[in-house]
Design a protein around this ligand. Structure first.
Ligand code: HEC
Length: 115
């Protein structure tokens, strides 16, 4: 009996947390945030990469765009993080936190056309 009450209490708590997260439009704390990834990418990556939005005026033509990177076959968030942490020349090593890396990966994966 007690166990049942506790379990439904937890479920209710989870639903409330989810509802709160949806209401603010932000992911739960600690979850990768593609919007934060986009904001940071606009500052740090647009010298070279064409990123998602249409507002970007120029980028380096020899550098893969973020949508191209996202749509590579079998692309995963983990691969994207690995490529940022251990970049291939001429991409520079950019010091980033784990959260920032996860946000970039979430943002780039959000540009993927196919599931
Ligand atoms: C100085 C230019 C430059 C900047 C700034 C830069 N990149 Fe790159 N990036 C490159 C180049 C060039 C490549 C292609 C390297 C290669 O040949 O694979 C690349 C490749 C990548 C790849 C791997 C693509 C693949 O083929 O899988 C990812 C992911 C990536 N960049 C993410 C980022 C992110 C995120 C940022 C911003 C934090 C960033 N880059 C900033 C030049 C840059």
């Amino acid at each position: 009996m007690n166990a049942k009450i506790t379990a439904s209490g937890i479920a209710l708590g989870a639903i409330l947390l989810l509802a709160a997260g949806l209401a603010f439009g932000a992911p739960a704390p600690g979850m990768p945030d593609p919007v934060a990834g986009k904001v940071l990418a606009e500052k740090l990556c647009t010298n070279c990469h064409l990123i998602g939005g249409a507002e970007q005026k120029s980028a380096n033509a020899d550098v893969p765009s973020f949508p191209e990177i996202a749509n590579q076959q079998a692309q995963t968030a983990g691969d994207i993080v690995a490529h940022i942490v251990l970049p291939k020349h001429p991409m520079p090593t950019i010091p980033l936190t784990r959260n920032e890396l996860a946000d970039f990966a979430a943002y780039i994966m959000s540009l993927r056309d196919r599931p």
